[in-house]
Design a protein around this ligand. Structure first.
Ligand SMILES: Nc1nc2c(c(=O)[nH]1)N[C@H]1C(S)=C(S)[C@@H](COP(=O)(O)O)O[C@H]1N2
Ligand SMILES: [Mo]
Length: 242
């Protein structure tokens, strides 16, 4: 069921800005201990793609995935897709739950978690991963398929993926598989011609806002290690024969 339909049925006042969700699983990380909760901006909550789900792929949701009822917020970090929900509140500020106000925030390098410090995480940043070959794999010299996925957050899509087999000096554009929608993985692949030696295979993706993944994790370092969407890298050893 779409969250927007539920909100429309109850009516949302003009001053509302956020929609908060509360769950009964209590976390000791919060002081005092508190049930899990989160919120999303009203514009996202009413965008149509946000679901209240009790089934998945035609089967009832399992308790581990949030039965009897959970939120699904496509394009946002998993933490906003609250499971086992007991209450939905339309309100004038973001949730003050520990997991919205203190955790799941992007801190400056010198910051430490405290209420309201840093940027609350919502929409996912563009990212990609190399699925084939595996990191550490030994491969025969010559032609090999390099493949993976890329994901753009929120309502953006993947528009380009580059692949390098020499650590990022020379790049070729990968072939993009069908676009299955803004919240789905975009699969990509490229046939590479591997020379002998130890190679670093690198992939980097662009989204439809022309944002490119950052080159290295140290460029995005933060105390909690969030949003490390730096270029995907695998190291392979290419040998003569099979
Ligand atoms: N009630 C509740 N909902 C929750 C959480 C939680 O601890 N409690 N974890 C969140 C986080 S961080 C993620 S990544 C997703 C994971 O959902 P999944 O178990 O269906 O993969 O649930 C989210 N919803
Ligand atoms: Mo998570």
């Amino acid at each position: 069921m779409r969250l927007v339909d539920v909100l429309a049925a109850v009516g949302v006042k003009a001053e509302a800005t956020d929609v908060a969700f509360e769950a009964p699983d209590v976390s000791e990380l919060a002081e005092p201990p508190q049930g899990y909760g989160a919120s999303i901006p009203l514009f996202k909550a009413t965008a149509g793609e946000v679901l209240l789900a009790w089934a998945m792929n035609g089967e009832s949701l399992t308790p581990a995935h949030g039965a009897p009822l959970r939120v699904v917020v496509p394009g946002y970090i998993g933490a906003r897709s609250v499971k086992w929900i007991e209450r939905i509140t339309v309100q004038r500020e973001p949730s003050t739950n520990y997991f919205q106000e203190t955790a799941y925030r992007l801190l400056p390098p010198e910051g430490s978690p405290a209420p309201g410090v840093g940027v609350p995480l919502g929409a996912i940043a563009v990212n990609s991963e190399i699925l084939v070959p595996d990191d550490g794999q030994r491969l025969p010299v010559g032609s090999t398929v390099i493949a993976g996925y890329a994901l753009a957050g929120d309502d953006r899509s993947i528009v380009r993926v580059d692949v390098s087999i020499d650590g990022g000096r020379f790049w070729r554009q990968a072939d993009l598989a069908e676009d299955l929608g803004p919240w789905a993985w975009r699969l990509w692949s490229l046939e590479g011609d591997l020379p002998l030696g130890n190679l670093e295979i690198v992939a980097r993706a662009w989204d439809s806002s022309a944002a490119l993944q950052p080159e290295r994790p140290e460029h995005v370092w933060n105390p909690k290690g969030y949003v490390n969407n730096s270029w995907a890298r695998v190291h392979v050893t290419v040998v003569a024969g099979a």
